[in-house]
Structures are given as C-alpha cells and as structure tokens.
Ligand binder design. Structure first.
Ligand SMILES: [Zn+2]
Ligand SMILES: [Zn+2]
Length: 138
C-alpha cells in the first residue's frame, strides 16, 4: 500500500478538474448525477465521464464518497491523509458535512485489525445527526 500520493491537483485532467471544482463549491455532498447536471454546460454528457473522474479523485484522496448518501465531497484536508481513517459528521437537517479524523479511534481500529489479522484498505466512519447550529435551533 503506497502512502505517498504520486499525483497532485496539478496533474488533473480537465474533467477531473471540473468535477473537483464542482465538489469544492458545493455546500453539501453531491451525487454523480447532480455533478453531471452542473457540468453539462462544460461539455460533459455521460455519467461515465463523471464516474471516471470521481474514481481518480477518490484514488488520489482529493474527494471522498459518503457511502450512506451515495454522494461525494471534496476532501477538506487534502494533505493530511496519512491516518487511513476518515470520519464524517453529517447533519440531517442542513446537509452540512464535516470531515475529521481521530488518532485514538484509528489506533483502536488498528489494534483490532492487528489482533484479527485483518488487512485494512480503507476506513470511513459516518456519524449522522444535527450540527451545532441545527441542534441549537431545534
Ligand atoms: Zn479527506
Ligand atoms: Zn445542520
């Protein structure tokens, strides 16, 4: 498993760049189809173009997939993904997503994997609930 990212944002193709730009501007996670909708004017026509670009962005750690929403976000911390644990807090009221990682949680999961002989490829945690603003407005 290579930990160093060989490629950087400068090496992106035009489509990858457009998709990443769309995710970075978005207030909340986007599905592949809403990304496509926003990029039709840029000449993207096929879902496959978006999926290919997303695959590459995910591989490079510049974007993440939120499994429970089947949607994508730009990485909030593109340069600190050594930890191998990515956690998201998803507000169910306003749709805001906060990305964070936690060394204690990661250590516990690493310990478990070592005990079980499990080879971890990727760990994504999703916490669903209400953000501070929404919780205090309720
Ligand atoms: Zn990230
Ligand atoms: Zn909220």
């Amino acid at each position: 498993m290579s930990s160093a990212r060989a490629t950087s944002a400068r090496d992106l193709t035009r489509n990858q760049h457009l998709v990443l730009g769309t995710l970075e501007k978005a207030e909340s996670p986007l599905s592949a189809y809403s990304i496509l909708d926003q990029l039709r004017e840029e000449g993207l026509r096929a879902p496959l173009q978006v999926y290919r670009a997303l695959d590459k962005l995910l591989e490079m750690g510049l974007a993440h997939r939120l499994e429970s929403l089947n949607a994508f976000v730009a990485c909030a911390h593109p340069h600190c993904h050594k930890s191998g644990l990515i956690a998201f807090a998803i507000c169910e009221s306003c749709g805001q997503v906060s990305e964070f990682s936690d060394d204690v949680v990661r250590q516990r999961l690493d310990d478990w994997a070592a005990r079980e002989g499990f080879v971890t490829k990727r760990t994504t945690m999703e916490i669903r609930g209400a953000c501070r603003a929404c919780a205090s407005a309720a």
